[in-house]
Design a protein around this ligand. Sequence first.
Ligand code: S3P
Length: 177
Amino acid sequence: MRIFLIGYMGSGKSTLGPELAKALRLHFHDLDKIIEAEAWMSIKDIFRKQGEEAFRIKEREALQKFVAGHDDFVMATGGGTPCFFDNLELMNTCGTTVYLEVEALELFRRLQHQKAERPMISRLGDAALWNRIREHLLVRTAHYEQAALRWDGKRRDIGPLVEMIQTAGSTDASNPG
Ligand code: S3P
């Protein structure tokens, strides 16, 4: 079973991911960490030295390679992962995508204190951060909403999500068991 958590920066993918993996008895992986390990560079440095376009190519390659080599995992993807190339289609075809939905104001509150390691927002002041989140969401939500499942990113009781994923997995004709 391949589970992909998708959603905006700060939606809780890296926090919920390990809990979900534990409940489903799967390993947890973070796509950003995989990219960093393969590039021998932090995401921040990839953006700084090579630019966003190079990052998106690395992100695509890392996703494709990981999926080709692994069948069972929970993965936290980056906030932009489902919005570039056919990454979303790839994830929807080979696994179950879960959109962690969090409203703009709550994302703003969280990201105000978590900007440093995130090159897309690290240099923004509060007003610019708020505008960036709203602009990004206008575009990105259309992608996020194509996920197989949706989950309220503020909920902490993951029991119902575990059930939803198990049901989705057992009714998936492409998954023989
Ligand atoms: C990005 C989100 C980041 C990381 C990169 C770009 C984005 O991941 O992949 O900085 O485009 O939203 P998180 O969502 O884990 O912060």
